[in-house]
Design a binder for this molecule. Structure first.
Ligand code: TXA
Ligand code: MG
Length: 336
């Protein structure tokens, strides 16, 4: 199969719609990362996503809808805080988890009694979802475990010859995946941190918890149990205070391979004469650059050495979560 990358041009959405209606998988730009979309109402189409990604069968998918799509048939009402959060943050990088009503393929939720819904803001995603006029199940458009894609080229690198179409909307402006928020309880609870932060949710509705799975328990957001975002090279990770140890690690690798640091601008400046990939200065910049640099790192280095950024709160919570998992510092309990 030939894989075409198309950007806004005559007939591009008709092509995407025809493919979706035929049960095919279409990759598309969103403001967070690229998604691998298929008709959420079709068992066959949804199963195709799992097969293409090599995704574990117990890791549920997010359903994406256009901003004017009527989600009421997909959910069974919602608490007032959820309605307020939808008004405040959608379209945007926030995924809401509701009790499911069984209206989409059962393979979307993988046996959970909840359904995750997201309304992306990117013009490409909005145009695609409007044209498709169906709920679109979509995980990030990377092979399972690999780094999430933030350009059409990244998607192509993982799926060339396996999917017919990639809707190119340029580089993703947010750069890490949406915040996943459990809206089934009395107060909202973050299952996966992202660009919509706990602080922003508290400001909007007064309260917000952050879920941490206890060891041995099936996590509420099953994806968080898997090794993820991993570059295909050796990795090491050091806190900022251990920069000397990190340099020793670099020197040791240099004898036989090609080490490279991945760190914030301030640390790059201290590492003159070493190979570095610069994450940037602000949390938003680090979010936007992280995945592209991990993919660049795996191509250019035999060992990628991450240095933990200094800042921790707000958007950095999401960046740190992805960084630690990419570097294998926190990858839950499962290996696949
Ligand atoms: O920004 C994003 O969310 C991107 C773009 C493409 O929209 N999508 C994305 O999908 O990151 P994926 O499949 O890579 O990650 C979805 C996460 C997983 O951790 C999954 O376990 C969780 O959302 N999830 C999906 N449905 C859920 C549900 N019903 N309850 C709890 N967690 C759910
Ligand atoms: Mg993913």
């Amino acid at each position: 199969m030939e894989t075409n990358i198309v950007s806004r041009s005559r007939g591009w959405l008709d092509r995407a719609k025809t493919l979706i209606e035929a049960g095919e998988v279409v990759a598309f730009h969103t403001e967070t990362v690229y998604g691998l979309g298929a008709n959420a109402l079709s068992d066959e189409a949804v199963l195709k996503i799992f097969a293409l990604k090599g995704r574990p069968a117990d890791n549920p998918l997010i359903v994406h809808v256009h901003k004017d799509y009527d989600i009421s048939p997909l959910i069974d009402g919602e608490p007032p805080y959820a309605a307020a959060l939808r008004r405040a943050f959608l379209p945007g990088p926030l995924t809401m988890v509701y009790p499911s009503t069984g209206k989409v393929s059962k393979y979307v939720s993988c046996g959970l009694d909840t359904l995750a819904i997201r309304v992306p803001s990117s013009p490409t995603a909005q145009a695609f979802l409007k044209a498709a006029d169906l709920p679109i199940a979509a995980p990030s458009a990377n092979l399972s475990k690999h780094v999430s894609p933030v350009t059409a080229r990244h998607v192509f690198d993982d799926f060339n010859g396996k999917i017919p179409l990639i809707l190119d909307g340029g580089a993703c402006s947010s750069g890490i995946e949406s915040t996943v928020l459990d809206c089934t309880g009395d107060i909202p609870q973050i299952l996966r941190e992202g660009l919509v932060t706990r602080e922003m949710i508290v400001e909007a509705v007064g309260e917000c918890g952050v879920y941490h799975a206890k060891s041995g328990e099936r996590p509420k957001s099953p994806g968080m149990a898997y090794k993820h975002y991993s570059p295909r090279c050796k990795t090491a990770y050091f806190p900022r205070e251990e920069l000397e140890k990190a340099v020793a690690c670099y020197r040791e690798e240099e004898a036989c391979g090609a080490p490279c640091f991945l760190c914030e601008s301030e640390v790059c400046a201290l590492l003159q004469g070493f190979r570095t990939l610069d994450l940037g200065r602000t949390p938003e910049e680090m979010a936007r650059r992280l995945y592209a640099l991990l993919r660049k790192g795996e191509q250019q280095a035999t060992l990628l050495i991450g240095i933990e950024p200094r800042e921790k709160g707000g958007v950095m919570a999401g960046v740190m979560n992805r960084m630690k998992r990419a570097f294998g510092v926190e990858h839950g309990t499962k290996e696949s």
